[in-house]
Design a protein around this ligand. Structure first.
Ligand SMILES: [Zn+2]
Length: 89
């Protein structure tokens, strides 16, 4: 298994998304993973398939991924954040 496939499996990256690049920075104790869509991807509403706005296209250099539970129930949500701009994506 190559490093892209390994990180795709670890992060649960599924088509149309793909791990484009993995960079191990041992000195900093970091792994940088680039996840991207094919350039011709068109976003659509999951219910009616209408083309959707792609909105903010700014790159997110530092992505935070965390999981939290709802009020002590066994339902979890993954929260993806832009660490540099302190915003939920
Ligand atoms: Zn719709």
């Amino acid at each position: 298994m190559d490093d892209k496939s390994l990180y795709a499996a670890i992060l649960g990256v599924k088509e149309p998304w793909a791990v484009e690049k993995v960079e191990l920075r041992l000195v900093d104790g970091e792994v940088h993973v680039w996840v991207a869509l094919p350039k011709d991807t068109v976003w659509g509403c999951p219910e009616c398939q209408a083309a959707a706005s792609t909105g903010d296209k700014q790159p997110v250099p530092h992505l935070g991924i965390d999981e939290t539970a709802f009020a002590r129930r066994h339902q979890y949500v993954s929260v993806v954040t832009d660490l540099d701009r302190s915003r939920v994506l």
